[in-house]
Design a protein around this ligand. Sequence first.
Ligand SMILES: Cc1cc2nc3c(=O)[nH]c(=O)nc-3n(C[C@H](O)[C@H](O)[C@H](O)COP(=O)(O)OP(=O)(O)OC[C@H]3O[C@@H](n4cnc5c(N)ncnc54)[C@H](O)[C@@H]3O)c2cc1C
Length: 378
Amino acid sequence: MSANTFSYWERTAFIDNADIIIIGSGIVGLSAALHLKQQQPALKVLVLERGFLPTGASTKNAGFACFGTVSEQVAYLKDAPEEEVARLVNYKWRGLQRLRENLGDANIEYYQHGGYELFMDGETALADERIEQIPYINNLLKNAIGKTDIYSVANAKIAAFGFKGVSRMIYNPFEGQLHTGKMMRALLNKVYHLGVLVLNGCEIQQIENEEAHISLRTSQGRFKAGKVILATNAFANQLFPELKVVPGRGQVLVTKPIPDLKLKGTYHFDEGYYYFRNIDNRVLFGGGRNIDFNSEETWEFGHTEEVKAKLTHYLKEMILPDQSFEIDYWWSGIMGFGDDISPIVKEVEPNIFCAVRCNGMGVAMGSLVGEEVAKLAL
Ligand SMILES: Cc1cc2nc3c(=O)[nH]c(=O)nc-3n(C[C@H](O)[C@H](O)[C@H](O)COP(=O)(O)OP(=O)(O)OC[C@H]3O[C@@H](n4cnc5c(N)ncnc54)[C@H](O)[C@@H]3O)c2cc1C
């Protein structure tokens, strides 16, 4: 389709004259749009999204409002200095506060039921090592989130949740959960209200830096703007191959409603590679990317029998061992990872900026990452 097929009315009302075009309508792209309009209400901001809905991670995730388990902090400390790990926790914490301020807890169904890290029967030595590290990690992170006693032992609650094969549990009362679909709708409503235009079904195929403007070749024709923000996360190097972002698929299931569901909160195990929570009397459960990193390093949505079998096994044997339940359906989402645990926010070419690679933590970080790139573009 060529740009010439647009009518005069379409061109003047929808297509032409954007000051800034944002590519990708996930949490980062929309948070960037929000900040741009809050700072400069007259700015013409256009968001172009290739999916019918946002089609990456922002409407596919688990909705954990979290900043890491003890095991995740210990794993980060192997590769990064203490200050960097504390800085990242502070960034996620502030990102979550900004998300809640921007959208309101009621609109995103935010609840702070707390989070738990689980250790299996065969992991008692590892669990005891992590438990010994709690005072050190609590001290390291106390300024990052302004709270003491972040993590504590919660073995006494294991039986009440009905888990089987779980030997130890660490509790974090500052972890929350939200409805990620309602979060994205609230964000869309907010940017629409400020005058941002979001067009779906428009895939950007090429970005050309021309002298007077940036020109975008898309599946719907050609668009032009003074500046462009790339917020395509896992898919970033489809347009800029030099960006160091590796895709990682996450597979997720949700059960049908379960009467008298005992669990309430967010739960992680195996260094965060598996995660589950309650939602509307159901269990949402995802993970298993570590079963075969290579096959999950993909831009393709979908499932593998290995991951489905593992998740089903844990659900039956460990999470809901004495309850009958049915899996309702499955989905997947694609995250953007890299060796460095921080996102990439920078000018990639004159007047082209990127904000990508939330490393599977974009619910927590996305609001600030979007804000940062908006500041850079302004
Ligand atoms: C299964 C799963 C569970 C997760 N759980 C959590 C969690 O509990 N807590 C947490 O903090 N984080 C979680 N995450 C991570 C979080 O969802 C992401 O970090 C975050 O959504 C990234 O937001 P984004 O806006 O950068 O990217 P995305 O939401 O992926 O948005 C990028 C958008 O760009 C669009 N796009 C791509 N290429 C083009 C193109 N060429 N033209 C036009 N549009 C394009 C895509 O369609 C997509 O909508 C999870 C992710 C997954 C997949």
